[in-house]
Design a protein around this ligand. Sequence first.
Ligand code: SF4
Length: 256
Amino acid sequence: MPYFDELDDLPAADLLAWAIRTFGDRFCISTSFQRSGMVVIDMAVRISPKVRIITLDTGRLPQETYEMMDILRDRYGVAVETVLPDPQEVQAMVRRHGVNLFRRDPALRMLCCHIRKVRPLERKLKQFRAYAVGLRRLTSWNRNEIRKVEDKDGVIKISPIADWTRQEIDDYIQRHSVPLHPLYQRGYASIGCAPCTRPVKNGEPERAGRWWWEDALPKECGLHFRADGTIGRKLDVLIEEVTQATNGYGFDGSGI
Ligand code: SF4
């Protein structure tokens, strides 16, 4: 859409104000409470204290992430809406591949992210016309192309601070005393599910602590970038198996 290019030039707060004004309660912020996401939340709540905030509860989150939900409630007076995976899909996946499938194979790891994150978010976003995230360019090589405003399957995805530097993020946090996820204090640089995130060492990139056993793959869960090539095709088969199983068919295709 042509006007997306004009919106792309707006400063972050103006872009958020436009989205809140245009979409009202059909707009939300989707967050996992990382630094950049907290900046977007703080900015949006200043524009409208009623802005909706959603987060994915994968069932594998660290306790500190649940603490962040209460910290937000105390600080901003907002109730974070949790988005849960479909229990039948989780059950089918775990029965077939085990609860810690993500360690065994990259496609199985992406299946877990798909069932616990991607599909629940896709279902939830059907309620909305637009949503904002704290994505930034430069956090990894495959994020350099992030647009500030784009159409994502009929829902407008807004990355208001896509062009911010880490220094700008830190300056904003300090200026506005934005609360930070407790795991940053323990050496984490990027925060996700408990079994798939570790602290980073000095000099490592921000996302090096995510799925650290997968050296050559993009550090992504599929929410923002889709797997392609052989892994993408393998993932599609694995997803199909799980969804078939929840539709009443066994993994051997004979029905449950
Ligand atoms: S980050 Fe790990 S536990 Fe969380 S959904 Fe992805 S693979 Fe599963």
